[in-house]
Write a protein that binds this ligand. Structure first.
Ligand code: AMP
Ligand code: ZN
Length: 440
């Protein structure tokens, strides 16, 4: 039985998928305007660990979807206002946006491959710009249901109206939050993605183009006055995920949604609101969030400039596999500090593990099937407890260390007995490798 900490219920709950044996799983992906940093990678590696545990630990068949945000303020700014466009036509602007984001998307997948996240794990890797039509349909639905309004060429979500509706129906806006509504302007995404709104809380669903920006056209009907208008612009950030989730999963609500804690509000809260307002359904059944990677006590972020990319760490002598190992053996729900010491510590632990495994193999003195099974059970118990990887790795590390010391004493056993023990031991090692994504 797997238990996960659900950010909405704010407690550990038993995970039961909608369809027996199958899990639908969505993770918010990167905005491809720059290289990802190790903080971003913590979020993707956590999602990969969860994917691997669901698949290799629990035996589910998993449909994992991760979106690529290839249109937003930053991608537009960097692609169209930096001399990349051949001419001033919309086609040329769209094409430079597309080639610019493709470049960073390719680099992103290279970084993922280095930390053992392979493309073949994904059921789909949708790009936002491939789902513009689905986004328009959802926005039209939200407007038809009277949870949106058009203003100066943009469409906004009416949060106050939605909040009232939510209250009447036994839920609330802000359920993922810990939201202090008085401080909302401080949330960057909200302020960049919303302007000219009726209330401070409203967020943009469709953003009117500004001079020089690439755009899509959107024929939208305003039921209130029966008018059809053509809006030139692009989708807001939150609507991208809502539309792609609905388009890609057969089951809706799907099972698990993941992301970093900073996405709880407004991004995931607004995904829930859009989905309820437009499809009449909650999007996801379980919400899981990884805590931040810190550096000198502060969140690693582009805006603070306190970040390292994978390449930066490689130059400092830390291999991608050590970075991954460091991230997976720490509890995803706790803040962790990145430092040369913390990375070296993880590297040393990995080295010691490998040495001790080699010692066991070289002596051919494999632990008994019973001992392997007992340790594996403890490992599984820890992982089933909300992916408690520090406890799981401590069990595995302790087991290997102990066996590397006693194994030579067991040489006296008969050879076919050794074969059975060897098989079980090899299986256990392969199992741990398949869960942590690190070669042992
Ligand atoms: P972004 O491209 O900014 O939307 O971020 C991609 C993912 O990285 C999101 O899930 C963020 O929550 C996550 N993220 C960003 N910074 C950090 C950090 N310092 N630690 C952990 N996750 C982070
Ligand atoms: Zn998202």
């Amino acid at each position: 039985m797997l238990y996960l900490f659900d950010s909405r219920k704010k407690e550990k709950v038993e995970f039961i998928p909608v369809k027996e044996g199958e899990v639908s799983f969505y993770s918010c992906g990167p905005t491809v305007y720059d290289r990802v940093h190790i903080g971003n990678l913590r979020a993707f590696i956590f999602s990969d660990l969860l994917y691997r545990w669901l698949k290799n630990g629990c035996g589910y068949s998993v449909q994992w979807v991760m979106n690529i945000t290839d249109v937003d303020d930053k991608t537009i700014q960097k692609s169209c206002f930096s001399g990349m466009c051949k001419d001033s036509s919309n086609l040329s602007r769209l094409s430079s946006l597309s080639s610019f984001t493709k470049g960073y998307s390719d680099l992103f997948f290279k970084d993922l491959a280095k930390v053992s996240i392979v493309k073949s794990s994904f059921f789909s890797l949708p790009k936002a710009t491939d789902y513009i039509e689905e986004m328009k349909t959802l926005i039209q639905n939200i407007l038809d249901n009277d949870f949106a309004y058009i203003s100066d060429g943009s469409v906004y979500f009416d949060v106050l109206r939605y909040s009232e509706y939510a209250k009447k129906n036994g839920f609330e806006y802000g359920q993922l939050g810990h939201v202090d509504f008085d401080k909302m302007e401080e949330t960057k995404r909200v302020s960049t993605d919303s302007f000219d709104t009726r209330s401070d809380f409203d967020f943009v669903l469709w953003k009117a183009k500004k001079e020089g920006e690439p755009f899509w056209s959107f024929d939208i009907v305003d039921k209130k006055n029966g008018e059809s208008v053509c809006l030139y612009g692009r989708p807001g950030w939150h609507i991208e995920c809502s539309a792609m989730e609905k388009a890609l999963f057969n089951t809706f609500p799907f099972d698990i949604h993941s992301g970093g804690v900073d996405l709880c509000f407004p991004h995931h809260e607004d995904e829930i609101a859009q989905s309820r307002a437009g499809y009449g359904k909650d999007p996801a059944r379980y919400w899981v969030h990884n805590e931040h990677l810190m550096i000198d006590g502060k969140k690693m972020s582009k805006s603070l400039g306190n970040f390292y990319t994978l390449e930066d760490l490689e130059k400092k002598g830390f291999s991608p596999e050590v970075v991954r190992f460091f991230l997976v053996i720490n509890n995803y729900g706790k803040k962790i500090n990145l430092s040369d010491e913390s990375l070296s510590g993880a590297g040393k632990m990995l080295e010691r593990l490998r040495k001790n495994i080699k010692k066991i193999i070289d002596f051919s003195g494999y632990p008994s099937v019973d001992l392997c099974e007992k340790s594996k059970k403890k490992f599984e118990k820890a992982m089933n407890d909300n992916l408690n990887s520090p406890i799981a790795i401590a069990e595995f590390f302790g087991f290997i260390k102990k066996m590397s010391k006693v194994s030579s004493l067991e040489l006296a056993v008969e050879s076919d007995y050794i074969e059975t023990n060897k098989k079980k031991f090899d299986e256990y090692i392969l199992f741990v490798e398949s869960v942590f994504g690190v070669k042992l």
